[in-house]
Ligand binder design. Structure first.
Ligand code: SAH
Length: 554
């Protein structure tokens, strides 16, 4: 199974060199640097503790270039919580030491060895079984599952005490281990998919070589019972395989989740490399000679996420969007936004298109997702505000492809430009407001005029997206004439340009002073209502807000 990409966390530019060398041996790892202290990293963060804890909770492996003590103290509050423990390592800034700290039953030692090899040093491995036998018996390679951790720990301490061991079954990875093997040994390592009672003198390791064929919806309980009847260990279940037609089934998803196995879909014609056995209850199990790699069987239910990046700054991107970008196989969008969403790993495919090809892009996204891929369509700001979410839903609505309709589709919100701009100015949208796009590409200009007139008359604060462009040079002037029929020249106006991006500007002026040449297509225009007011800030600029009340102050 694929391992998540590690985060290399550094505090200053003194560690950048070592971080880069580590990145060379773990090419998928991203470098996280403290904002203001180091530049030219993959991700910037402003709070070390919060960032480390967030990474840990997301299950991201952490390679921290700082003192082990700092890492331990930072993560300490989380260590008593249950849940998966990602590998956590401390690496000396000068690349002289690699110390695996947490995730010892996972692959932290593998990661430590990999990094140490890249840096040309010896890793500080401290797990005794691993030191003695050259492998962690309690952490079999992918494709195998350990029977019971507590019994396993006892078993390993017996081995460490000097007892010999027998190996029953096929365990290719143990061939290179330095185990004290003897055919007469009391202790044995048993590898097999048959159901077996755990015993203290046996270390049970199950190959994941069994798959269940679900031709209809089925519960986890039914599968457990059928496995028992067939005398197969539930730990050996590698995946559930279902026909393509069941891809939309919520019940099957729940079953797979409960059994913690992947759910894969195959067409009726697909052949699987297993020996079929039928259980008494009519469920079919396929047993293979070696562990099965579910990734190679049929396909997963495809996923399509339409995400909003926010205005641009990484801190304003919601965590769910970051997680979605990390799991994406394919990323589609207007080139500028795809670049903004990066950096990406070498295995992620980018499909950059022109800003105007929205419907085509939406259909392409469904085609990719229907193949079982994890697809992300990027928008700036919020995907539901003059952006890709509506185009994607329109494409789905028009489609009769059952495969498209069973894709796991999710829209993940972002901070829209009007809200990001308003926040910087104060609270100009603090009361009722109206959001409009001034683009007449997809709607008649007459409807824009009508809405402008009525919204202005209703005394709503106004937020204009797409205010002007080279192909729409005169529209903004006409729009302002309409607004001026209902608002005084003193009405506050906020112009936010490239908000949250390099070179951003924020200006507070009045409606009387506003001319279309102050505005371009990267500008957000906010026009106050009759109650919107301004007052000076300590730094000489203006706060703008619209009070929450209307009419008489309560
Ligand atoms: N989905 C986007 C809006 C896309 S329409 C969102 O929710 O923000 C594009 C328009 O949004 C631009 O013409 C501009 O008016 C505005 N805009 C987008 N990003 C902006 C930013 N960072 N600063 C100012 N305006 C922005």
């Amino acid at each position: 199974m694929s391992r998540p990409a590690p985060a290399i966390v550094i505090l200053g530019s003194g560690s950048l060199n070592t971080a880069r060398r580590i990145q060379q041996c773990c090419s998928e790892a991203l470098i996280y640097g403290l904002a203001g202290r180091v530049e030219d990293v993959d991700r910037s963060y402003s709070d070390f503790g919060a960032t480390l804890r967030e990474l840990y909770q997301q299950g991201t492996p952490i390679i921290a270039l700082c003192a082990a003590g700092i890492v331990i103290r930072t993560l300490a509050p989380l260590l008593l919580e249950k849940g998966a423990e990602p590998p956590v390592l401390a690496v000396a800034e000068d690349a002289s030491a690699v110390v695996p700290l947490l995730g010892g039953l996972g692959w932290v030692n593998d990661l430590a060895r990999e990094i140490a090899a890249g840096l040309g040093i010896a890793p500080a491995i401290t797990t005794s079984g691993e030191l003695r036998f050259g492998t962690c018996l309690l952490n079999p390679p992918s494709g195998y599952a350990l029977g019971d951790l507590e019994l396993g720990k006892r078993f390993v301490s017996d081995l460490l005490a000097g007892e010999p061991v027998r190996i029953e079954g096929d365990a290719p990875w143990l061939a290179s281990a330095q185990l004290p093997e003897s055919q007469q040994a009391r202790l044995s390592i048993h590898i097999g998919s048959a159901e077996r009672e755990p015993a203290a003198d046996e270390l049970l390791i199950y190959p994941r070589n069994v798959l269940l064929k679900a031709s209809a919806e089925v519960s986890a309980q039914t599968i457990r019972e059928a496995l028992h009847e067939a005398k197969l260990a539930w730990q050996s279940l590698a995946c559930i395989v279902a026909p393509d037609t069941l891809m939309g089934s919520a019940q099957l998803r729940e079953t797979a989740l409960e059994l913690a196995v992947p759910l894969r879909f195959v067409s009726a014609a697909e052949q699987l490399p297993v020996d079929w056995r039928e259980s008494g209850s009519g469920l079919k199990f396929g047993v293979a000679l070696a562990p099965l790699d579910p990734q190679q069987i049929g396909r997963a239910r495809g996923r399509l996420a339409v995400i909003g990046l926010g205005p641009g700054a990484a801190e304003l991107m919601v965590p769910a969007v970051k997680a979605e970008l990390a799991r994406a196989n394919d990323v589609l969008g207007y080139e500028t936004y795809v670049r903004m969403a990066g950096p990406f790993r070498a295995d992620q495919v980018l499909h950059c298109t022109d800003n105007r090809e929205e419907m085509q892009r939406a259909r392409h996204a469904f085609e990719l997702a229907a193949q079982g891929r994890s697809v992300v369509v990027v928008s700036s700001g919020d995907p539901g505000v003059f952006a890709m979410a509506a185009a994607v839903l329109e494409a789905l609505h028009e489609s009769t492809e059952p495969q498209w309709h069973s894709v796991d589709l999710e829209i993940l919100p972002g901070v829209s430009a009007s809200l990001a701009t308003a926040a910087q100015a104060g609270a100009p949208l603090g009361h009722d407001f109206c959001v409009m796009s001034l683009s007449d590409n997809l709607k008649p200009w007459s409807i824009i005029e009508k809405r402008l007139d009525l919204a202005s008359e209703a005394d709503l604060a106004l937020a204009f997206y797409n205010p002007i462009s080279r192909s729409r040079p005169w529209q903004l002037g006409v729009a302002l004439d309409i607004v001026r029929r209902h608002r005084t020249a003193q009405t506050p106006v906020v112009l936010g340009r490239d908000i949250g991006r390099p070179g951003q500007t924020l200006r507070v002026i009045t409606l009387g002073d506003l001319t279309p040449d102050q505005v371009d297509m990267r500008t957000m225009v906010l026009i106050g209502s009759s109650t919107t007011c301004t007052f000076p800030r300590a730094d000489g600029t203006q706060w703008v807000y619209t009070p929450r009340w209307y009419g008489e102050k309560p």
